[in-house]
Design a protein. Structure first.
Lengths: 418, 418
């Protein structure tokens, strides 16, 4: 099946908004073997929108439109749907109830503008908006599927995950070959090194495909096999995964949608261990990442963000002389911070980071990007040195993944190496 | 002048790459008043590329193509240019010299594949690549401009900045009108309320345009004016901003690219105040957000992430009896946490949050999304109640924006209201 994506909004055409919606949808469609033929971004103009609807439906089975569903004057998508499909707006009871619920929960008064969002084109089945008020639309006509989703990313994503993807999957006709994708997630190794370590790819893959998808946390390896049946696909993927594990096993932390913080959380939970964090340069991002996992309160005891030297001494009992002698960005201080947060919190593990995130703060011997990570548990207290880049935000994120990976390796007994 | 942007690459259609190139170019073109009518992303297929070239040139003065200029088998843009313009490839001396330079600098051997990048369509003027080997192309035909740039973002950006933008500017006919854009950033008010509060938009705008751009932090209002000269544009925007400020001034935190954390930081710095954070449910995200600002160490003293009740009592001196009586998610505990972090850190301001982020943790009287934010300084200690949604990550972010907005309002003497 072919799909055509249309993103509506002037903000896209003046570069104010990056079209992350289209890439999210394209990624999800690739997972269910729907082939995106084109992504078009157009402005809030009725003639452009109508022309694009026409164009999209011409040679594709599915059209997915995002944006222009809000309650204000520049939101014209719904009106365009009504014109294009020659239908009319009808108030939908369920949608109205949902809007009322959203407002009741927030203790806010319902306005006429909001009520009007319950008007849905008669031809469309509304898609429930769990995160907001504008419903999505599912339209089927002449064997084609036409889907309209809000432009607000989290509303759109929720509708895709909760409704659209499974509904499209139902409509995909049976095919001779099945395509299966499988992701292996690595961290702590650059793409080019991973590539070299894997060696001869033809030999490794025997007809399957492999993509390297680098991100901040690491490189995802996507294996794609196209075979006759589920069983063969499963075995083939298992076989390739085994070969990859033999070569780069210690860099692999998970599969598919696993997150590093989720995997670390799972290990801590299984072993009934509590962790606490002491952060300087990451400013709370490690604690934030660990607590993104629901249920993390069972293993995350506390975190401290010690920006000032005073707080490092007071809360973490870092030796003042060491701070003066070696500076706060040093291996010794990282280890003392980890030990300090472990003992003061009574946790099993303390993890700590200190570094220079930039753009300012560098000295002759301590460049921007220099980071020390300390790790302490009941048996080990150790520190590692890293050199990241020049970008403040990326440095915070990279430091966080390195710290979590250090915890993962320690829990699994994998040797640390710089 | 109208422009049409074409981004070429399979990676865009499977969601592996987000099309940041198009938004960069669109943003730059908006600055020189070139109007982008559409952005199309297509795959590495000759027929799609040729069709898109045709389509783009039909109704636009300028077509800008990015991607598919690399040296490997799936890079087909140059071949498509040759076919489309019925021209031929000619080796270009300057380009060849540039390629040789690049390789000499990296101490790498020049291969035939790289040498072949010096072949340029006869109809095109090559655009120098200061960052890599593939030249860009500038083609003028039938009063239309056709530009091809590499897909590698920093190579493309360099060509845009060094050559393309000034060259296009030369070609723009003197026009009667100029277009100016200006953004006003609001927070703490939903789009529909903002819309209603602004009242009659025609009266407010008198011919200017206004767009509502909602995000998690708030709603951005984009004013666009099209008038005869810079002076008139400036006055017109100022006049509209004044009218908007009269109606919704207390929700406005900044303009254009301002961030809420940046504005709060600026206020703290100006007043020489130090802030500390005590977070339960946000797990460090407030501290992280505050410390995303370079130089935040001058006003951010420390942060604590107190997930456990024990840590709330030990670090923040929250009253144990109150914790038992009212529960950790309560206004009183939020205020005690704020007071605790303020006094233990010796900061001027303490801000604290406690809540239920979900999906688990709700009780009959405390639903997912319930959050209390506490604020204390030397004069005031207060707490506010919020009801956010069901999504854990979004709740952490919303709580963070609400907390920062509370600090902003307190610093500016704007009344808090729930």
């Amino acid at each position: 099946m072919n799909a055509y994506l249309i993103s509506i909004g002037d903000e896209l055409l003046i570069g104010q908004t990056i079209n992350t919606n289209a890439s999210f949808i394209a990624d999800k469609l690739a997972d269910i073997n729907v082939n995106v033929t084109k992504i078009a971004a157009i402005g809030d103009s009725e003639s452009s929108v109508l022309a694009e609807f026409e164009h999209g439906l011409e040679q594709n089975d599915i059209v997915i439109v995002t944006g222009g569903l809000g309650p204000t004057h520049d939101d014209i998508t719904r009106t365009c749907v009504v014109k294009f499909f020659e239908t009319e707006l009808v108030e939908n009871e369920e949608v109205l109830e949902n809007i009322k619920d959203v407002f009741a929960k927030k203790n806010r008064e319902l306005t006429d503008v909001n009520k009007a969002q319950a008007l849905v084109p008669a031809i469309a089945k509304p898609i429930k908006n769990y995160q907001g008020t504008a419903p999505g639309m599912w339209i089927e006509k002449d064997k084609k599927i036409f889907i309209v989703l809000p432009g607000v990313p989290y509303e759109m994503k929720c509708m895709m995950n909760e409704f659209v993807l499974s509904k499209i999957s139902e409509r995909i006709p049976d095919r001779d070959k099945i395509i299966k994708r499988y992701n292996i997630q690595t961290t702590g190794i650059p793409e080019s090194y991973l590539y070299e370590k894997l060696g001869d790819l033809d030999e490794l893959l025997e007809g399957a495909k492999l993509a390297f998808l680098p991100s901040l946390v690491g490189v995802k390896l996507r294996i794609t096999v196209e075979v006759n049946d589920e069983e063969t696909a499963k075995n083939k993927i298992l076989e390739i995964e085994q070969k990859i594990r033999t070569k780069v096993g210690r860099f692999i932390f998970g599969r598919d949608d696993d997150t590093l913080e989720g995997i670390v959380g799972k290990l801590l939970k299984e072993r009934d261990l509590k962790i606490s964090t002491a952060e300087s340069c990451t400013g709370g991002f490690i604690a934030h990442t660990l607590t993104n996992v629901s249920g993390s309160s069972s293993y995350f005891e506390r975190g401290v963000v010690c920006y000032s030297n005073a707080s490092k001494v007071e809360i973490l009992r870092v030796d003042e002389d060491i701070l003066v002698e070696l500076g706060s960005v040093s291996r010794e201080v990282a280890m003392q911070m980890a030990e300090g947060v472990k003992s003061t919190s009574g946790s099993d593990i303390g993890i700590a980071v200190t570094g220079i995130m930039g753009p300012t703060g560098a000295t002759t011997d301590k460049p921007v990007g220099l980071v020390y990570i300390g790790y302490c548990d009941d048996k080990v207290c150790t520190g590692m040195k890293f050199n990241f880049g020049n970008d403040r935000l990326l440095n915070k994120q990279r430091t966080t993944w390195a710290a979590l990976n250090m915890v993962r390796k320690q829990l699994l007994g994998i040797a640390l190496d710089e």
